[in-house]
Design a protein around this ligand. Sequence first.
Ligand SMILES: *Cc1c(COP(=O)(O)O)cnc(C)c1O
Length: 404
Amino acid sequence: MTLASGRKYVAIPGPSVVPDRVLAAMHRASPNIYHGELHEMLPGLLEGLRKLVGADEAHVAIYIANGHGAWEAAGANMFSRGDRALAAVTGHFGHGWAESQRAIGVEVEVLDFGRRAAVDAARIAEALAADRDRSIRAVLVTHTDTASTVRNDIAAIRAAMDATGHPALLAVDGIASIGCEAFRFREWGVDVLIGASQKGLMMPPGLSFIWFSEKALAASGRADLVTPYWDWRTRCLSSEFYRHFAGTAPAQHLYGLQEALSILFSEGVEKVLARHEALARAVWTAVDTWAREGDIGLNVPLPEARSRAVTSVRIGGGGATRLRDWTERNAGVTLGIGLGMARPEEPTYGDYLRIAHMGHVNAHMTLGVLAVMEAGMQALGIPHGSGALDAAARVVAEAARPAA
Ligand SMILES: *Cc1c(COP(=O)(O)O)cnc(C)c1O
């Protein structure tokens, strides 16, 4: 017998669940790419993308690329060969971004804050203050590191940078947080923000986005790493539609994006964020309850440093990997691997998994995942505290209590 037949749930932090409405919007023949509806859609898409992250005046580039492509796009526009960057890293994706910038010719200094705590903005300020000839061009920060599930305080980092008077750009990877956590591009003084379609934006992989300030655009004028495909200037300063995509537009994806933005705005961005907050808290509460008796715990101890989109959980003795296998085989739920928490040869490699609660996810999905994890721990004999599901249900009930 298997209990896995039925609709599967891939609860990994990207690609996330794609709403049927988005899939249906994309399921169409290619439109005329020379004029008409596709061209008329673009200003509304750019406007929606600005609104989503509080970037009313920013420029936006839409790329046919995943997040790794957008990392290179941002670097190509910000840097010349040999320029310096400061990367504040809190997990696997922060390291990945730093490596990608090195690979294209940037000299990157890494400030490593480990995998369980947020960036200490004072250390960024120290590094900038020590840069007396002002040669650091940009500070690179991941808002939510999807691997460690640490979330960083972007406003605090900007304030620390401003206090030094250093002119470096602030570039943020928001791939895992946009659409799941509040993002205030203008208010926080962000210069460059990177997003991708397959996380909080609820789309298939294939598009990425860069929002950039006037100051960042000016920097791109002197960046000698830029190539025609990534160039912000040709893409955003021309009114010719095909230039925005440096070739054929990703037509079906643009229809999907239009639908995804419409879903987000009709729920209301504040409500979308509140839903993520409630589901994240239900997950944290369940894991904290399991942790009372088992070798189990949340990877990020401080709640304010935790992602609202994905949660990294440690289950010792290789329990996390055994549980992942069990839930996929027996219950139709795929959990995320413990990316970048240990190297394959280390004994703790199998001790981490990630629960996504990102994008098109509701209470029954998250409570279902927690219940299935509990069943798996029982089946596998993994010791755990009792009452986790009760506790998670109480969080959901509290968040959705009818007004008296
Ligand atoms: C998913 C992710 C990436 C990588 O995106 P790809 O589309 O897989 O290239 C980079 N940074 C963060 C924070 C992510 O969540």
